[in-house]
Design a protein around this ligand. Structure first.
Ligand code: ZN
Length: 331
């Protein structure tokens, strides 16, 4: 099995050969020669076994940044003001791109209403959230969490977003779409990266197919009864040939599903106590007939109140999916 360093080495060798091709066809050689020297410098350190250390303090450079730029030579603390400014601009741009990948805050389609809230811990997030109105009679929704945080996680999130959009558009059965996404993710990312994911397809008839790859349970809200729907498989991207199962549930008008990432339940208050699933379930039960946007807002308000001021937050995403209609008319 290849290690992250093997992959970075291949990445560097690939850049080297591409630079050599450009060099042959280019008039302005100085920039290419500088880049070639940087690649050789990095490869040299790899051979010596001290690749990825800061030129100034000799501490390891942040992993995220090396993955995004294998030629990085300074840790965050030792970037020049100009370099820090450039990095800040890159992050702002990445945040803007990520924001544009999000679904509309409220989607109504095929007899369903879906609301979400997406809150990155920093500028960018490793959480994944999408809603696709793929056919007249179905709406697909996805919520997931890529391992890690920051820029590298957000890049993988973008990759997952593109893959699942394409696979969903092909109209594949849900488990096949997740299996292919898992294979794609496994083959194209570092071995230490994986993602947990809930993919659902809600039909006009009230049936919802759910495939939960190692993610927190989806909460099925049927009046006072809140049923956690547990994972049906491992996280995606752990192994290249994983198989996934789906579960099918039927929602009556007024019933809902609530999905969330661990930034919600693992948030700690000032005493170190986590928000927890029990508190969430109780809150959902007390608001079981709420419209999705109200459900999302209510949970968010309670979570914000719980965490107290000044606490470090993780990426957090929340989604509520409700079958339209009056819950009093059910059964
Ligand atoms: Zn340093």
């Amino acid at each position: 099995m290849s290690t992250p360093n093997d992959m970075l080495r291949n990445e560097l060798l690939d850049r080297r050969s591409r630079l050599e091709i450009v060099q042959k066809n280019s008039m302005d050689m100085s920039q290419i020669q500088d880049l070639l020297a940087s690649v050789d410098h990095a490869l040299g350190h790899m051979d010596k076994g001290d690749y990825g250390l800061c030129d100034v303090c000799h501490e390891p450079i942040e992993k995220d940044r090396l993955l995004a730029d294998p030629l990085a030579r300074l840790c965050l603390a030792h970037l020049t003001p100009g370099q820090q400014h450039d990095l800040e601009e890159d992050l702002q741009l990445a945040a803007q791109i990520q924001k544009e990948m999000l679904p509309k805050p409220l989607v109504e389609h095929a007899g369903w209403v879906i609301a979400h809230h997406y809150a990155p811990a920093g500028l960018v997030s490793g959480d994944y959230c999408d809603v696709l109105t793929s056919s007249e009679d179905t709406v697909s929704f996805m919520l997931g969490d890529v391992s890690g945080k920051g820029l590298a996680a957000s890049m993988l999130m973008g990759q997952l977003h593109a893959m699942l959009r394409t696979l969903t558009a092909l109209g594949l059965p849900l488990t096949q779409a997740v299996e292919r996404a898992s294979r794609g993710f496994c083959e194209s990312t570092l071995p230490t990266h994986f993602a947990t994911l809930v993919c659902g397809r809600a039909h006009r008839s009230g049936t919802v197919e759910l495939c939960n790859a190692g993610h927190h349970p989806a909460l099925l809200v049927q009046g006072d009864s809140i049923i956690p729907l547990e994972a049906t498989g491992l996280p995606i991207g752990l192994f290249c040939n994983e198989k996934f199962l789906e579960k099918s549930v039927r929602l009556q008008p007024g019933n809902s599903l609530v999905l969330f990432t661990d930034g919600l339940t693992e948030m700690e208050d000032e005493s170190g106590r986590p928000y927890g699933t029990e508190r969430l379930i109780e809150l959902v039960r007390n608001n079981s007939s709420a419209a999705p946007q109200v459900m999302v807002r209510t949970i968010l308000d309670d979570w914000t109140k719980f965490r107290g001021p000044g606490f470090k937050v993780d990426d957090m995403t929340l989604m509520a999916i409700r079958r339209k209609g009056d819950s009093s008319s059910r059964q």
